[in-house]
Design a protein around this ligand. Structure first.
Ligand SMILES: N[C@@H](CCC(=O)N[C@@H](CS)C(=O)NCC(=O)O)C(=O)O
Length: 235
């Protein structure tokens, strides 16, 4: 009996999401769940055993996660993926059809990437994910100091309306909430509106499904991989 060719082993779904849910693949998985898409999740790891293996570098030369293949269309960058999927499948609902709202969805997405993504990651590694003896209190406190001001901005933005663009949950909320999702373990008493909004977003059925995958992946991650994450990503 001959072994099936690699092509024959590929999942049959038209959309494939690559990346273990512990990584930024969580963002794409949450969006795919919101949209009710039929997709295959390939939970590959970071590094040489996963995203930097030749077969995956051939798809995403960055060697990072996540990336998707939608039919033959390849896309990397987690927020480009969520914006693309939302626009393709939920124009006028999760993806705003009004020009200014679309721009505000981009604004909040770029804002979250540049203002809070790295800080929340550093904080979560040095407050929660690394073994207690290996956490660096100075890095943790510096990260908290960096995100304090942007968290106040976000708190004010959701103080008088339930979601970032107004009354309805959109891709803007998904992107920002996914980026700061690990902040649920933080003391958020100083930013109560942010906390209520984050809880509201993460309590959605689609978020819960994706979070369950992330929690499962976190708990199956051995300390040496967490150390590698901190090292590779310079956190
Ligand atoms: N800006 C990229 C960042 C991608 C990224 O850094 N992913 C991490 C996992 S969350 C990764 O693959 N790190 C391993 C490496 O850089 O080798 C995105 O949002 O998709």
């Amino acid at each position: 009996m001959t072994a099936p060719s690699p092509a024959a082993q590929l999942p049959t779904e038209r959309l494939r999401i690559y990346g273990i849910a512990r990584t930024r693949a969580f963002r794409a998985l949450w969006m795919a769940q919101e949209l009710g898409l039929d997709y295959a999740h390939l939970p590959i790891e970071i590094g040489e055993a996963g995203a930097r293996a030749p077969e995956f570098l051939a798809i995403n030369p960055n060697g990072r996660l996540p990336f998707i293949v939608d039919d033959a269309f390849v896309l990397f960058e987690s927020l480009a993926i969520t914006l693309y999927l939302a626009k393709k499948h939920s124009y006028g609902r999760l993806y705003p059809s009004i020009l200014e709202d679309e721009a505000r969805a981009w604004q909040w997405s770029f804002w979250a990437i540049s203002e809070v993504d790295r800080g929340v990651n550093i904080w979560s590694l040095h407050a929660v994910r690394l073994p207690p003896g290996e956490r660096d209190a100075q890095k943790r406190d510096e990260a908290l100091a960096v995100i304090a001001a942007p968290f106040k901005i976000l708190d004010a933005a959701v103080a008088t309306q339930p979601y970032l663009l107004g009354q309805d949950f959109t891709v803007a909320d998904l992107n920002v909430a996914a980026i700061i999702s690990r902040a649920v373990d933080m003391d958020l008493a100083a930013v109560p509106h942010l906390k209520a909004w984050l809880d509201r977003c993460l309590d959605r059925p689609a978020a819960r499904t994706a979070l369950a995958l992330k929690v499962q992946a976190d708990s199956a991650t051995p300390p040496e991989v967490t150390r590698r994450i901190a090292r590779i990503n310079r956190l």
